[in-house]
Design a protein around this ligand. Sequence first.
Ligand code: NAP
Length: 245
Amino acid sequence: MRRVLLLGGTGDALQIARQLEARDVYSLAGLGRVPEGLACEVRVGGFGGVEGLARFIDSERITLVIDATHPYAAQMSANAAAACHEAGVPCWALRRAGWTSQSGDDWRMVDGWDGLIDAIRPFKRVLFTSGREPLAHLDEIPVHQYWIVRCLDAHPGNERARIIDARGPFDIDGERALFALNHIDVLVTKNSGGAATQAKLDVARELNVPVVMMQRPTLPDVDREFDSPAQLLRALNEEDWSGVK
Ligand code: NAP
């Protein structure tokens, strides 16, 4: 019998989770909202590294792991591939395509916090949309800068930083207002891909605002890769599970 372990934490993963059955398991790290009303089992929290995940796969008789974590959740993706190898079950992954730059874009690629800080140095009003990492650096904001950090955290900020606790999707009118009200002169983002958070890039292009883009991490090889939930769900339905105990 098929029993899927879906590793999630993204809107795409939730789309897949909605189609899973009672015997399947949807796993979340525990940072965001836990969805309700799913037919499948939902579990929350880490497994304890590769060993813990391999043990879970074995003891829960998981027959397929689907890694639908965010493209920047590289640790979990690496753990999933290694644990599947150890436990002898296939690993599929949803690997959403990144955004690509268009005419009029001014993208500056960086691959770590130090590079990012160098890249934003010439600017004054920085909009971070790259997760919680800036919150650990609020005491280091250069005197000429003001940071607006949009992330899933109700942090109070400080005299040089405002935190916006908001969850996408974000539309173009809202993004235009955010840039205008805060006089944004540089945008910091991950290359997440997908439509839900793309409007900020359209606004940056309209306003000639440079974009400091964090490079995607390298992800492990897996048995099968898909670029959309629909494509993955089709494969899941078409697969012959009759030989699986
Ligand atoms: P990460 O660095 O790759 O993972 C850190 C640890 O969190 C993992 O080693 C694992 O702990 C636990 N973990 C992560 N995803 C899990 C899941 N789906 N189920 C159970 N445990 C999980 O991950 P991250 O970048 O901190 O992201 C955490 C979660 O937020 C991910 O599930 C991701 O899909 C989601 N998310 C991340 C981003 C982003 O930009 N990174 C954006 C949106 C959503 P153990 O080693 O103990 O198993």
